[in-house]
Design a binder for this molecule. Structure first.
Ligand SMILES: Cc1cc2nc3c(=O)[nH]c(=O)nc-3n(C[C@H](O)[C@H](O)[C@H](O)COP(=O)(O)OP(=O)(O)OC[C@H]3O[C@@H](n4cnc5c(N)ncnc54)[C@H](O)[C@@H]3O)c2cc1C
Length: 418
């Protein structure tokens, strides 16, 4: 393993965590990361770290740095158009019993920076390039790059290039979107250059009919900013709205912003300021909440890591951290038998991923009714749950009875941390 030559496609969260653990045990491992963008992508809204990923960041000695940069969000409040509170769910501040706001809620760009800084001097980073195709050899993989047209041979190709991974498509001999399970949720993320929460640290969730949500989260910037999200939740049968959203996604940011202006223009409350903030933002990002349900994670000397293999909105960053650690751990404990290591990685990750992906079916549709009546009924239920603190009770009972956050069945790679 010490002279192993690995190519990673994509320089996101999963890629850095994997490289960190491999280099920790084998500082001479040769790792090249090829990133499609011309620079590191250090943007993104809040992501959270849960389950076994919390243990892993502690073993990486990254916990304190991450804590320093958490969003300091105090919880989530459902509000009416006039800003009046309907129900408030405070963060628990605990890793074992977490609410909507995680103990480790952090902006994605900051987390990506913390992780890449741990390895950046010890890997070769190539920007503005990507894998065009690859060919499996007996004990290696020959990779041809899209721009340079060069072909190079590696011991392993790790696809850590996100939800739309082209490598996954080639590996499975299927179109990459065929493994996408659409949750019926589209989100636009952006930073508003004004503090619409007036110094408050509670995130605010406002529902308008038609599955439209205006969601505001606190920012850390001392000059006063707000993290804005415009969310569209569609039902299975609403193919027309889905088609409009997907078309705008394909067309790019400007088209998506125009659609948001059209869809949210009659929402009232804080929506006009949010729409203006969206137009003035520098970091607009929109995406479909989609899970990747891949039947396998490896083939020969190619392996899928993070979102490329098992994107799971709400848990994707934690899975990327867990996956990076398990893949490195298995490669390091396999005495050079790469095939056996990849098999074990798949055997550990696939069942855990499957168990993490099922439960969310229709959760967003239930939480965000389409009609005004549905929203009113939902508000009564949420108001009651938060008033009697039923959410806390359920979480505590679940935790005591062992139904709390599921941990990954991590083999003992503790020696890696030595
Ligand atoms: C800019 C950005 C903003 C994001 N914002 C949010 C957010 O606000 N909320 C949220 O929940 N999740 C967000 N995500 C997704 C989130 O980071 C992942 O779901 C999760 O952290 C798992 O990480 P990953 O390493 O598997 O993938 P990612 O962190 O998505 O990293 C994938 C990397 O691969 C690169 N890449 C893509 N295609 C290719 C290619 N063909 N060749 C080479 N490189 C390629 C990408 O540019 C990116 O750097 C964002 C991702 C990105 C890239």
């Amino acid at each position: 393993m010490s002279n192993v030559n690995i190519l990673i496609s994509g320089s996101g969260i999963a890629s850095s965590v994997f490289a960190f653990w491999l280099l920790r045990a084998h500082p001479t491992a040769k790792i090249t990361i090829v990133e499609r963008d011309p620079a590191l992508r250090l943007t993104g809204a809040s992501v959270d770290i849960r389950s076994s990923a919390v243990d892993i960041i502690k073993w990486m000695n990254a916990e304190q740095e991450i804590r320093k940069h958490t969003t300091k969000e105090e919880g989530l409040q459902f509000v009416k158009a006039n800003g009046k509170a309907i129900a408030t769910f405070l963060a628990t501040g605990r890793s074992d019993v977490q609410s909507f706001t995680s103990e480790f809620e952090i902006f994605r760009g900051r987390l990506a920076k913390i992780f890449i800084d741990l390895i950046i001097d010890r890997v070769k980073l190539i920007f503005d390039e990507s894998v065009d195709y690859f060919e499996q050899r007996d004990d290696s993989v020959a990779v041809t790059f899209a721009k340079s047209k060069e072909t190079k041979t590696y011991d392993l190709l790790v696809a850590a290039d996100g939800l739309g991974s082209k490598i996954r498509g080639i590996m499975l001999n299927r179109k990459p979107h065929e493994q996408l399970y659409d949750e019926g949720v589209h989100v636009a993320y952006f930073t508003i250059k004004r503090d619409l929460l007036q110094g408050g640290r509670l995130a605010k969730w406002y529902n308008a009919p038609g599955g439209r949500v205006v969601f505001l989260r606190p920012d850390l910037d001392p000059t006063g900013r707000t993290r804005g999200n415009l969310i569209n939740v569609t039902t299975r049968g609403d193919t027309e709205t889905k088609a409009r959203l997907n078309k705008a996604l394909r067309e790019g940011n400007d088209s998506y912003m125009k659609l948001m202006e059209d869809m949210f223009c009659d929402v009232g409350g804080v929506a006009p300021e949010v729409l203006q903030g969206m137009r003035d933002s520098d970091d607009f990002y929109c995406s479909l909440f989609g899970q990747i349900r891949s039947p396998k994670l490896r083939d020969g000397r190619v392996v899928l890591l993070g979102d490329a293999g098992y994107a799971t909105p709400g848990f994707g960053t934690s899975l990327a951290i867990i996956g990076g650690y398990v893949l490195a751990g298995e490669l390091l404990s396999s005495s050079g038998d790469v095939d056996a290591a990849l098999m074990r990685y798949e055997d550990i990750m696939l069942p855990f991923v499957k168990g993490s992906q099922g439960g969310g079916d229709n959760a967003m549709q239930m939480l965000n009714p389409q009609t005004m009546w549905g929203i009113r009924i939902r508000n009564v239920i949420l108001g009651f749950v938060s008033w009697v603190k039923l959410d806390r009770l359920v979480m505590r009972v679940a935790s005591v009875m062992g139904f709390g956050e599921k941990k990954a069945p991590l083999p003992d790679y503790q020696w890696l941390a030595c």
